[in-house]
Each structure stands twice: as structure tokens, then as C-alpha cells.
Design a protein. Sequence first.
Length: 333
Amino acid sequence: MSPSASTPEGGSEASVSLREVGEFHLIDRVTTGRSQPDTTLLGPGDDSAVVAAPDGRVVACTDVLVEGVHFRLDWSSPDQVGRKAAAANLADVAAMGAVPTSLLVGLACPSTTPAAQLEELADGMWAEAATVGAGLVGGDLTSGPVIVVTVTALGSLQGREAVLRSGARPGDRVAVCGRLGWSAAGLAVLGRGFRSPAALVNAHRVPEPPYSAGPAAADAGATAMIDVSDGLLADLAHVARASGVALRLRSRAFTVPARLSEIGSALGLDPLRWMLTGGEDHALAATFPADTPLPAEWAEIGVVEAVDDAGPVVTVDGRPYDGEAGWVHFAKF
């Protein structure tokens, strides 16, 4: 697909707006000629899509990304925003132990938005979906004061039982898979006006969730699982409350990557705090029975215990963590 938008008359200019191109012409541009997985029985173009559900169940989730809150176009390209929007939802499907199959996309934006930006955003979503063999099967486009991307992901359990937040039991081990703290470090770098180190900045722009680790954890007997979107401590707190247990993490179980240590030292910030409280890496956290070998690439970070007078909590080295445990929605906007 060309990076520039084509007008209905055949012209090609990167500055052509959605108002000039028109809703349906843009939809044709971002859907025509795309390949779909076998699970897509009917893709874009009708009132609804038709997606296969071989075992009779569908895993479904939705996330909303708002310009100025979840992304900035002076920090990220439209393609990167599209990949990030898709990844946030695909990771939620994986956290249930399922395999993603399809995405539905709702997009609101000003009519003056360059159509080329929206094509690039769609390119990013298609590209991220392709990494797990999923397709974009439909959606909606409307006007709004800023760009808002809403993605609904569908997935297949392929005969597995869904891994819930409520299954952790005393004696289980707590483990994680995927990067922690990289997106938060990248955000800190961008917030200081820098664009490097590229590895950290790009981790904030485009997360790399360990999608296959979700089904692998389910197959290995995971008792509870969650996508780390708001911060490890904040998200594990959901598991603690849903399961009625205490999760006891050990700081020495975390290996701080050299890149995080270097930038933490340069900025005067604690890299372990990024790993414990930073969001948007979309790593996976899960609990496993003590006698169950952990799947490849999963690392043990703590244990599950019965609750005491403090109730369902997450502690680090035996104490509640000092400061915010992660992103708090509606605290700043």
C-alpha cells in the first residue's frame, strides 16, 4: 500500500485530508487486497464479519487508545500507534491462554486528519495482527476532536480452559514472561526531550508482547494469568483480589537489564521501579503450581500465600511497595 493517500480522482498527496478523500474510499484503501486467516469466513464489506469458532467459544476484549493520553504523534509514527493499539488487545487474548484470530477497529478522528496517516495506522494494525496469524475483519470510522482508536480482539481457546485471574492458590509460584520496564524507561527518555537509546524509545512506541507464552502457560497448568498493561504490581493486585490470596515478590528475583540500569543512572531514576510499576510492555504474569515446571522463558519472581490480616495484597520483600503501583486511570485526566 502506498504511504500516501489517493484521492477519488486519482491524485496522490500526503496532505490530502479524510474530508477530501471520504470515509468509504479510505475504508476501501485500508481493506482491499489484504489477506485473511482461515478463521475469517467473511471479512470487511458487509454489516458484520463472520469468524469461525471451532470449539464453540470466543475470547473477546476491547481497549481504547486516545491521542494525547496513550500516544503522541510527535513521539510515534501512525504505523507505530497502530501496532501498539493492536498489541494491547492481542496480549489480553494471550493472557487468557487463547490464540488471537481477529480484530475489529473503531476509529474516531478530526476530518482534517491526513488520510495517509490513517492508512499508516491501519498498516501498523495489519502488521501486528499478522505476527499472530490474525486479521482485521471490520470496524467503524467516525469524526471526533482527536484520534481515538478502539480495538476489539477475538481469540480461540483451541480446546483449552480459559486461564482466569481468580485461580491462584497458596503454594503456587508467581512468574513473568516478557519485557518489564522498557516502555516506562522509553517514556521517561521521551519526556526529557530525547529520542535515544532507540531500544527503549521504540519499546514505548511498539511493545513486543510474548503472545505464544500465554497458550504455552495454559498448556503447562497456569492457575491464573494477566497481561501487564498498567504495571506489574498494579496488575498482580487484580490477581490477588480475584483469587483472595497474597502475592509475595522478591526483588532479588528480578534481573535489571543493563540498558535500563544505564538510562536509570543517567536520569537519576530507579530502574527496578520501572520494572515493578511501568506499564505498556504487555508482558504476561501468571501463577503455577509449585510442582509444575515453568514453560520456557518464564521466570519465577515470587510465591502465593494465604491472606493474613492485610487481606489480598502484593508485597515486595515482605512489605507493601512504596509509591504508586502503576498507572491509575482517571487520576490525571
